[in-house]
Design a protein around this ligand. Sequence first.
Ligand SMILES: [Zn+2]
Length: 395
Amino acid sequence: MASSLVSRNHLTPRPAAASTASPCSARLAVRRARGLVGGVRCQAQASDMDGHYMRRCVELARKAAGHTSPNPMVGCVVVRDGRVVGEGFHPKAGQPHAEVFALRDAGDLAENATAYVSLEPCNHYGRTPPCTEALINAKVKDVVVGMTDPNPIVASKGIERLKSAGIDVRLCVDEEASCRKLNEAYIHRMLTGKAFATLRTTLSMNGVVVNHIGSGADQPGGYYSQLLKEYDGVIVSSNLAKTNTLPISHEAGAKQPIYIIIAQGENSQLNIPFLKEECASEAVVLTDTPISVEPAGVEVLVLDQMNLDGILQLLAQRGLCSVLVDFREVGGGIASLLNNFQDDKLVQKVVVELLPVWTVSKGPSDLAFGGSQSFPLKDVEHKEVNGCVLLQGYV
Ligand SMILES: [Zn+2]
């Protein structure tokens, strides 16, 4: 008897500002088809709508990708009577947190509303006052958090503070994984004291490391341009810095990563021709022997031991959460840094670009047969099967 009532009830409270169809109504249709709903009030409504608004928080938070370190990316949505009345995200370190922007946006409508935040609100005075106080002062009724904050000075204290003020707090279990993925680098830095490292390389289709990136990859919308935008730093070899343009993201509003230039066994002088003098502060040279660097003004750090573990700790101390290790030459300075990366758990992620070419290589283990010339392959297709990426192309 109640199934039609249930469906009407739950089709009505659609969020006004939501751009997608109500997830609750869609799931209800499935449940009704399976005979799961009849006569029972929709148990799924709260969690479905929680997931819906939490996904919006993640979407908002990502607008500041690359800008927030050492802080996390955070988004916040304020909902009252099934309607979004305020939205905000943390734009960069030193600026107000997401909750403050969303509460400002909501104004008086925040009273008795539900605040969704992708990360547990802070409860300490940093460069800005605690967000818990802002939520309490705004008189919100409940708070839904995407994940607890691994930062030891926040960890669960924000939730405890809200609860002690009489605010209901719940975790959005369905979206916890996406909230954690959003801030994987921040979480890693908090838990390990090291920057989150992603190894990037380009291979030809016969598995040979190629010392350049694919055509269009660094143009606006290209994968490399988009990737750079997400990282606080990019580790490159001194060979690349000497001979090639340094990596730049061409995405609108992108904050460029800091260049970490690995100079092992360099002579007394390193010239970085593509780095303009006014941008000298955007690079740091890590070396095992004192050298002078052109342009002037580039910071040079002589390390006792040139290893990735120490470098990632150093970068984390400097507030970098994420670094891209741009690996282009098998014999270059970066190769030795990567010797034990898996055993020491120093690299968390790998991005491999495959070029549609068959490359001639000098390495004994490489597939160098097929003549003396590298050649492009045509009509390349790819698909993923059981975690394997399959490639095929025509000679
Ligand atoms: Zn805060």
